[in-house]
Design a protein around this ligand. Structure first.
Ligand SMILES: Nc1ncnc2c1ncn2[C@@H]1O[C@H](COP(=O)(O)OP(=O)(O)O)[C@@H](O)[C@H]1O
Ligand SMILES: [Mg+2]
Length: 236
């Protein structure tokens, strides 16, 4: 569904990604892991049109995304949930959800909101709270709901469990899996907790210093004594 071909990208003249190739299969969960600063976030941002791309191609459903603006990429069915600032803190949850659906026809928006709240029933309990007062886990759920209102084909998550307690982190990851299983959404997931993410993924990439150091089955990366110890802090 997404095919990243020999991407070189960065910020201004600061070159971060080197000849990165990546394939994201439809309805799969593809996990990107790697040490801090290895370019994981930059790769997601590159797909979403937020970096400078020096060369390479990013195909989505056969079309090259390179050169398109983020809103054009979003319109094609790509959702990007950044690491932080994924909701408007000074708006209520309801207002955030309205904002996310403002381009939709009112009837459609209402229907979708109902569908989305079925997936995240807990949100009904805090619709009128200012989003800034939510816990990290609650805010992550709202951000996911906002993205879902636009019926994306693929969702890209940047460390969705970032500051969450282990139990909440598991819940968020379970929800992400549910999006794939119940709605058939393709998932591209960057995770800090490599083991947990690899255990739920179908395919894995290890980025080191802006290059792909491994690609393959998550079990094979977990089972790779050297790589997992050196770069993921996992000793088997
Ligand atoms: N907006 C930016 N401008 C300049 N350099 C950046 C920017 N964002 C990230 N970087 C740099 O790019 C490199 C890769 O960062 P990042 O993609 O965030 O890594 P990761 O997500 O794997 O921790 C780091 O050296 C970081 O300092
Ligand atoms: Mg990052």
């Amino acid at each position: 569904m997404i095919e990243v071909q020999k991407i070189n990208a960065g910020y201004g003249r600061l070159h971060i990604l080197f000849d990165v190739d990546m394939h994201v299969r439809e309805k799969s969960v593809t996990v990107i892991v790697g040490p801090n600063g290895s370019g994981k976030s930059t790769l997601l941002k590159s797909i979403f049109g937020l970096t400078k791309i020096y060369s390479g191609v990013i195909k989505f459903d056969g079309e090259n995304l390179v050169g398109l603006m983020p809103h054009q990429i979003a319109r094609r069915g790509v959702a990007y949930l950044p690491q932080t600032d994924n909701v408007f803190a000074n708006l209520t949850v309801r207002e955030n959800l309205l904002m996310a659906s403002y381009t939709l026809d009112k009837r459609v928006a209402e229907e979708r909101l109902e569908e989305v709240l079925e997936l995240f029933p807990m949100i009904k309990g805090f619709m009128n709270r200012k989003s800034g007062t939510l816990s990290g886990g609650e805010r992550q759920m709202v951000a996911m709901a906002m993205a879902l209102l636009r019926k994306p084909k693929i969702m890209m998550f940047d460390e969705p469990t970032g500051n969450l307690a282990p139990k909440l982190a598991m819940e968020v990851l379970a929800k992400i899996r549910e999006l794939r299983d119940r709605l058939g959404i393709t998932i591209l997931l960057v995770e800090q907790n490599a083991r947990r993410a690899l255990e739920m993924g179908d395919y894995a990439y290890l980025l080191v210093s802006g290059r792909v150091a491994f690609e393959g089955r998550p079990q094979d990366l977990l089972g790779h004594a050297e790589l997992s110890k050196l770069y993921l802090g996992i000793s088997s």
